[in-house]
Design a protein around this ligand. Structure first.
Ligand code: SRM
Ligand code: SF4
Length: 574
């Protein structure tokens, strides 16, 4: 049994809930059966995250329902784990069907290559999760204080090592999946194993799991689409002679922060060494265990691995890891990234098959009369013989199209106008927004529903200055938690209050550097006023191949942020 260092009262409320939950069971079963409310018990709202679901309410309707003395319109978000983002056309069709049967008739492709359903009522929750499992996908550990969906560059086009790397992603993901039988009992009606939960054990996590969420992503250079520096553990695949030589190991990335709380900040991870493929699972497990043992269990806002490392130092971390491994990580190997965005258009893979990233604005798949995107993707899935891949930039990749099937695919893309989506400004194609209103309980401002129209206004400036084809990353979130990885975008807007955003500038184009607060609390008019002269300056004075993020630092609009701890340095307002 793992010694549980937190079997005491000096821990956060969530730690206590985990401890008494009986390996994540709590009273979820009873709560699901209670017909008097659309909600579950308070404690269970923390536990249900480990099963891949969040209790939410429709925030658009909150006030109206309060006036009518009704409880909020409780509903559940379900996150479906898709390691590396790869799924079959049949699975796509199933997700589409579930979205239209039980959810709000939209599918959300997330920034971590997962699916989300929104608006599932309590009475349909169990059936939806069961049907996700019937489709050979699952929701376990999609959320909660455990290792989440392991991300990976989905593009099999350019590198011979993609397939090998994907195999390791699947193995790491399986290895770090919680072992509790609770998920299968609650959602899939499996019986408890003989002896019951008393004999249950979580060999890696222990009974209070991790102090906080934990994330992993694997980048395959030259693409850093997974934003490897934002992960608790990032792995950078290193190729030698057409084979996978191993992985550089990056630790301590993380982006969440709280407005006006200096002790919280985004942080890019440190590259601490290199390991061979057959060492990578052990390395990941030991890193997870260091965080399990040393992460802060009192203060959740300080509980991510990034703070564990900053509090003790990277050198301490390396020594602790090497000691636990029983061998030393080798020196990190050279690599080079060129971007963190997706590459659009048809690309032929090394197997001769064709792959194409489709731009899905902010990852939301739905139909309108003018743009029947969901229907179009359904029709494609019905005939597609390859697979689908969810990208880390909320887009969808159609993969493995044989030469003889490409014309049919092109015809479908044309019929449903899906191909046209790629003909947007380069900035829009480099954009991401988090969900925010109406479902996210933490949203302070709009994001997904607002960025498209703001971009239309910014595009007018781009056109004026001849920057329509300039690739500039732009991201928006409805609060500072960082779900669309805003602090790694060259331009970012982070919500503070309805219609009010902090504006950040200067991240690295390949996700290697954080941006910095340029102006706080801007309304739309002010955003456009602030951006216009900077974009004009960039159009007129950029150097050859100079990215916008580098330009704004060179021209002194913002100071470079050299490390997370210095993110707020010199700023009076955050
Ligand atoms: Fe996130 C919480 C949505 C990626 C940092 N995130 C939430 C919740 C669950 C709100 C809540 O706790 O009640 C949001 C649900 C909104 C909704 O209605 O769906 C939410 N996060 C998302 C998604 C769906 C955004 C999207 O538009 O794609 C992404 C789902 C990814 C997935 O499939 O697992 C999503 N969240 C991220 C990322 C980006 C990433 O991981 O690559 C981050 C920043 C990286 C990081 O973790 O440091 C992120 N989400 C957070 C945080 C801040 C964590 C922190 O350390 O401070 C929270 C709040 C929290 O945990 O307390 C949060
Ligand atoms: Fe919600 Fe904030 Fe995450 Fe956006 S960044 S989805 S508003 S928690």
């Amino acid at each position: 049994m793992i010694e549980d260092k937190n079997d005491n009262n000096d821990v956060s409320a969530v730690e206590k809930i985990k401890l008494r939950s009986n390996f994540l069971r709590g009273t979820i079963v009873e709560g699901l059966k209670d017909p008097l409310t659309g909600a579950i018990a308070d404690d269970d709202t923390a536990l249900i995250k480990f099963h891949g679901s969040y209790q939410q309410d429709d925030r658009d309707l909150r006030n109206e329902r309060r006036k009518q003395k009704l409880e909020p319109l409780f509903q559940f978000m379900i996150r479906v784990r898709v390691p590396g983002g790869i799924c079959s056309p049949q699975q796509w069709l199933e997700m589409d069907r579930l979205a239209n049967t039980y959810a709000n008739k939209t599918l959300k492709l997330t920034t971590r290559q997962a699916y989300q359903f929104h608006g599932v009522l309590k009475r349909n929750l169990k059936q939806t999760i069961k049907e996700v499992n019937d489709a050979l996908l699952d929701t376990i550990a999609a959320c909660g204080d455990v290792n989440r969906n392991v991300m990976c560059n989905p593009n099999p086009t350019l590198s011979p090592v993609h397939a090998e790397v994907h195999e390791w992603v699947a193995k790491i993901s399986a290895h770090l999946t919680p072992q509790t039988g609770a998920y299968h009992e609650i959602w899939l009606d499996k019986k408890r194993v003989a002896g019951g939960p008393q004999q249950e054990e979580e060999p890696i996590y222990g009974k209070t799991y991790l102090p906080r969420k934990f994330k992993m992503g694997v980048a395959i250079p030259p693409y850093n689409d997974v934003d490897v520096y934002s992960q608790d553990i990032g792995l950078i695949a290193i190729e030698a002679d057409g084979k996978l030589a191993g992985f550089n190991v990056v630790v301590g990335g993380g982006l969440g922060m709280t407005h006006n709380v200096r002790e919280t900040y985004p942080r890019v991870g440190d590259v601490i060494g290199f390991c061979k493929p057959d060492q990578v699972i052990q390395a990941c497990e030991e890193i997870v265990k260091i965080q399990r043992d040393y992460g802060d269990r009192k203060e959740r806002a300080h509980a991510r691995l990034k703070y564990t490392i900053d509090d003790r130092g990277v050198e301490w971390f390396k020594q602790e890891l090497n000691q636990r491994l029983g061998w030393d990580l080798e020196q990190a190997r050279p690599f080079a990234f060129k971007q963190n965005a997706d590459v659009y258009g048809w690309l032929q893979g090394i197997d001769g098959k064709w792959n194409r990233v489709l731009f899905i604005q902010n990852g939301r798949v739905f139909d309108t009369d003018a743009y029947p995107m969901m229907t179009g993707l359904r029709e494609i899935a019905k005939v597609h013989k390859g697979d689908f891949r969810l990208t880390p930039n909320q887009n969808l990749m159609i993969c493995g199209v044989a030469e003889e099937d490409k014309a049919q695919m092109d015809a479908l893309l044309k019929e449903y106008r899906l191909g046209e989506a790629d003909q947007q400004s380069a900035m829009r194609l480099h954009s991401m927004a988090c969900v925010a209103f109406p479902t996210c309980g933490l949203a302070m401002a709009e994001s997904e529903r607002y960025l498209p129209s703001l971009l239309t206004k910014i595009e007018a400036l781009l056109d004026e200055y001849g920057l329509r084809d300039a690739p500039i990353t732009i991201r928006m979130t409805g609060c500072p938690n960082g779900c669309a990885r805003p602090y790694l975008a060259e331009i970012a807007f982070v919500g503070k209050a309805p219609g009010i955003y902090n504006m950040y500038l200067g991240a690295g184009y390949h996700g290697q550097r954080l941006n910095r607060l340029y102006k706080p609390s801007l309304k739309e008019e002010q955003i456009l006023e602030e951006l216009a002269p900077i974009l004009k300056d960039y159009a007129e004075h950029r150097e050859a191949d100079e990215h916008f993020g580098d330009f704004v630092i060179r021209k002194g609009y913002v100071d470079e942020v050299k490390e997370g701890r210095l993110f707020h340095e010199g700023l009076e307002v955050l």
